[in-house]
Design a protein around this ligand. Structure first.
Ligand SMILES: *Cc1c(COP(=O)(O)O)cnc(C)c1O
Length: 646
């Protein structure tokens, strides 16, 4: 055991399914509020009270009204899902941590706006610090990288692809400048050669390595040996006809290239939405087939990349570290190898983005606690793609998912903070105009607002994220404990499902894949039934584990013993090439698949109490599988009795 171990008790971090920690929560909430109220009182104590007792008494009627409405809505909230319960085995949500909620509550009272470091001197600093904690956990060099909090993974992914686009055009802008000013300037090509930038074709300039894209302006400024070289460069970028931010994505067409983004068929739908918003268009996202584990197929990726036509330019390749539906982890290390091959053989590179909105926190399992030497806990999980997540140029991670922090908290991490400079927007009220030159990254240690998509944003989210990671540290014996037991729970559920026995021998239950992380997908199969009939059975099972019925009636949670979620494998998303093997193994045909799709049940196993509950003989996963078998039998047998119901 590592010596700090006993200071990090997982049971203390959450309220508990029965509000076991209600006492201490009440104390802390009270303390935060008292402290805040005193802060107000002590600010200019000689200022008079504005509201006297007599006047406050006259407010009773309004407070009664508030009470009524509040009671109404508190009562309504009970119709929500019991996310905290070990019986909730459904979506990517669970308990929220005590420091997450307390931090948010404190931040909410003070209500700083992190769009501006001037308006939020405390919480912008916390946001930058929280970003560094996360970037360090992911394996980035925290002096070179830059991270900040977003409203979620969607905006984080969008910033990544936005900067992939912005940085693509730096060499093109510089080449134009060098031609106009007759400057001979050597540029490093992806295959290791170097060449006068004026002679490099635009299709190559668009696909230099990120490092070279970002080095070029600095090297050119140095070569010019002039004090105002930076200003001159910035001005020339501002007026360049190849400034993609100013001129728009029509530039790609103007120079005769077609921009594409490559990502697996299992991509979160936000990637298409982003391509749409960034002006590329949904169709420029090229879906790559997946293997039987729903991981991006490397042979297919390689074929697509090496087979790119000369007029296509890869804006970015996205690896998904924990797909939303299956929890599958893409082979990032092999994607990186493919990139190296592309650089060598085709003299082109691309921006590599890791969408680790779901799986990013698994990397806590690779982080030693300070002063820890025994390496304990290391054997629990091995996934080199998670381990080497820092190979990516940018990483999305969602603290509001496996960070157990309240919404909204997503984080985008950029490996090289210089990238972010190409997002800078100048709003007179958020940017200090006296700040250093355009290329000076020191401003990124203090300000966030000028470099991001969002405007006003809660400092409270920064406080919540900071306080959580300070007190539940991002290493194997801190946050890693939650992650480890969640992975163990998923493996156990996987095993229980595969061992489940039905009395009716026509029935079985199958898992979709062995989970890479903590999402388990499964379905009930009735031997001899069509895919359509099977979908009906599984939809029926889903309805018994959900508050939403097909006819959209909303039920109350009290009479539901367990909750699961569902997903559908459909031909619009998954090609037959990707899922054919799996469907055939269930006994279905391609025609059936194309017509019906496959309805599957999905359980995200992330409740922090699943392990601890065993100590009091509560075996929630065992009970769930038994219950599932019972319900599925009932539903399937009623279908056998009246097949016309389909
Ligand atoms: C959840 C998720 C997103 C989107 O994140 P939001 O926080 O919902 O915006 C993106 N990618 C993946 C893989 C996700 O799981």
């Amino acid at each position: 055991m590592w010596k700090g171990e006993e200071e990090l008790p997982m049971g203390a971090w959450f309220l508990g399914p029965k509000s076991e920690q209600a006492g201490v929560w009440q104390e802390v909430i009270n303390y935060i509020f008292q402290d805040y109220a005193h802060w107000r009182k002590n600010y200019f104590p000689e200022d008079p009270l504005i509201l006297g007792r007599a006047q406050r008494r006259s407010h009773d009627v309004w407070f009664d009204k508030l009470s009524n409405e509040l009671d109404f809505v508190l009562n309504q909230l009970k119709a929500d899902y019991p996310f905290y319960s070990p019986r909730y085995l459904a979506h990517m949500i669970s308990e929220t941590s005590m420091p997450g909620i307390m931090g948010y509550f404190a931040g909410m009272l003070y209500n700083p706006n992190n769009v501006s470091d001037e308006a939020a001197p405390v919480t912008v600093k916390l946001e930058i610090e929280a970003g560094k904690m996360i970037a360090g956990m992911l394996g980035y060099d925290t002096d070179k990288s830059w991270s900040h909090i977003t409203s979620g993974g969607t905006i984080a992914n969008m910033e990544a692809l936005w900067l992939a686009r912005q940085t693509q055009w730096i060499p093109v802008m510089v080449a134009e400048l060098c031609r106009e000013e007759s400057i001979a300037f050597q540029v490093g090509l992806p295959n290791g050669d170097s060449k006068d930038i004026r002679e490099v074709p635009v299709a190559t300039l668009l696909n230099l390595t990120l490092d070279e894209r970002l080095n070029i302006p600095e090297r050119l400024a140095a070569q010019c040996k002039s004090d105002d070289a930076h200003q001159w460069l910035e001005d020339s970028f501002q007026s360049s006809r190849y400034n993609v931010g100013k001129k728009g994505v029509g530039l790609y067409r103007d120079v005769g290239v077609e921009p594409v983004i490559l990502v697996s068929e299992a991509a979160h739908y936000s990637i298409r939405k982003i391509a749409n918003l960034l002006g590329f268009g949904d169709d420029q996202v090229i879906p790559m087939p997946v293997d039987n584990n729903f991981r991006l197929s490397i042979p297919k990726l390689e074929e697509a990349i090496l087979g790119m036509s000369a007029s296509q330019t890869i804006v970015a390749v996205v690896g998904i570290m924990g797909t939303t539906e299956e929890g599958a982890v893409d082979p990032l290390v092999d994607i990186e190898k493919t990139r190296k091959k592309y650089e060598k053989e085709k003299c082109k590179s691309f921006w590599l983005h890791a969408d680790a909105a779901w799986g990013g926190y698994l990397r806590t399992l690779y982080i030693d606690a300070p002063e820890q030497s025994d390496g304990a806990g290391k054997e629990a999980f091995e996934n080199e793609d998670i381990e080497f997540i820092h190979l990516a140029d940018s990483v999305t991670i969602d603290p509001h998912k496996l960070g157990y922090i309240p919404y909204p908290s997503g984080v985008i991490n950029f490996k090289d903070k210089r990238s972010v400079l190409y997002a800078r927007q100048k709003a007179p009220y958020i940017l200090d105009q006296t700040s250093a030159n355009f290329f000076d990254t020191r401003v990124l240690d203090e300000a966030i607002g000028p470099y991001i998509i969002e405007g006003s944003k809660p400092g409270a989210a920064a406080l919540a994220t900071w306080l959580t990671h300070r007190t539940i540290p991002l290493h194997r014996h801190g946050h890693g404990k939650i992650i480890r037991q969640s992975l163990a729970g998923a493996q156990r559920l996987y095993q229980l499902i595969n061992e489940a026995q039905f009395k009716n021998t026509r029935l079985t239950i199958r898992t979709l894949t062995q989970p890479d992380t903590n999402v388990v997908c499964y379905l009930v199969l009735l031997n001899g039934a069509s895919l359509k009939e099977n979908n009906t059975i599984n939809r029926g099972v889903y309805e018994t584990f959900s508050l939403r019925t097909e006819d959209k009636r909303h039920l109350m949670p009290y009479d539901h013993a367990f909750f699961v979620s569902r997903t559908q494998i459909r031909c619009e998303q998954y090609s037959w090439e990707s899922v054919g093997d799996i469907l055939i193994s269930y006994g279905f045909t391609k025609e059936e698949y194309l017509r019906e799709g496959l309805f599957i049940l999905r359980s995200v196993v992330m409740n922090p109490w699943l392990e601890q509950s065993k100590a009091v003989d509560a075996e929630y996963l065992d009970d769930f599988v038994k219950f599932l078998v019972l319900k599925a039998t009932k539903i399937a047998e009623s279908l056998i009795a009246s097949p016309l119901a389909v």
